[in-house]
Design a protein around this ligand. Structure first.
Ligand code: GTP
Ligand code: MG
Length: 207
């Protein structure tokens, strides 16, 4: 897919204030500092579009970007950020549950995990929750540039093995780096494919 245009639309914490749900939407989620905002910028090739930071917890609201005037990319606040207060974590949890279960145009949630670390309970638990709520998701390994090919293969295989303890089949998996753009084309192709399928579905059903 060619990215002609990517723009920031809005940032907010209230479900009712989200932009109109008239375009397919893809959300990026994962633990703080995993590389959500960086990957969004790498995908659309706009460095400062989503704010990135080496200090975790930078993104605190639901951030909408529109790409090619045709689909939304959403940067969600990271979870598992221990330094947030209990109240703030609870608010985040409610906001997220609301967003994921009610946002009608949300086609897929990309769960980002750091390729360098072993499966974390917060990620595994979150995927379980998505499954229980029948929310389609993909797993996106980030920061692949920080590992050798052998280490990367080993970690990804170990992760798959862990997932197969709970799941009968694996979700689509992408291995990415915002640094060297690994996985960028694959992710964009996947999104393009989903957009096409939705378009065909809407055409055939006359919706
Ligand atoms: P929050 O908004 O706090 O939840 O974080 P985030 O998940 O959006 O992470 P962000 O994109 O801000 O990146 C966190 C840090 O990781 C930054 O210092 C980035 O430069 C670095 N980083 C992100 N992706 C990559 C990558 O693919 N490779 C390398 N080497 N560093 C990365
Ligand atoms: Mg961020």
């Amino acid at each position: 897919m060619i990215i002609k245009d990517a723009r920031f639309i809005c940032s907010n914490t209230k479900f009712d204030k989200l932009p109109k749900d008239n375009m397919p939407e893809y959300a990026f989620i994962g633990r703080s500092n995993v590389g959500k905002s960086s990957l969004i910028n790498a995908l659309v090739q706009r460095k400062g579009l989503a704010k990135t930071s080496s200090t975790p917890g930078k993104t605190i609201a639901i951030n909408h970007f529109v790409v090619n005037d045709a689909w939304y990319l959403v940067d969600l606040p990271g979870y598992g950020y221990a330094q947030r207060s209990k109240k703030s974590r609870e608010e985040w949890r409610v906001m997220l549950a609301n967003y994921i279960s009610r946002r009608r145009n949300l086609i897929c949630t990309f769960v980002l995990v750091d390729s360098r670390i072993e499966p974390q309970n917060s990620d595994i638990g979150f995927m379980e929750w998505l499954g229980e709520n029948q929310v389609p998701f993909c797993i996106v390994f980030t920061k692949a540039d920080k590992l050798s090919k052998a280490e990367l293969d080993r970690n990804v295989e170990a992760y798959k093995k862990r997932l197969l303890e709970d799941w009968e089949e694996l979700p689509p998996i992408f291995i990415t780096s915002s640094e060297n753009k690994q996985g960028r084309e694959e992710l964009l192709d996947y999104i393009e494919q989903q957009n096409k399928e939705l378009e065909n579905y809407l055409k055939t059903t006359g919706l």
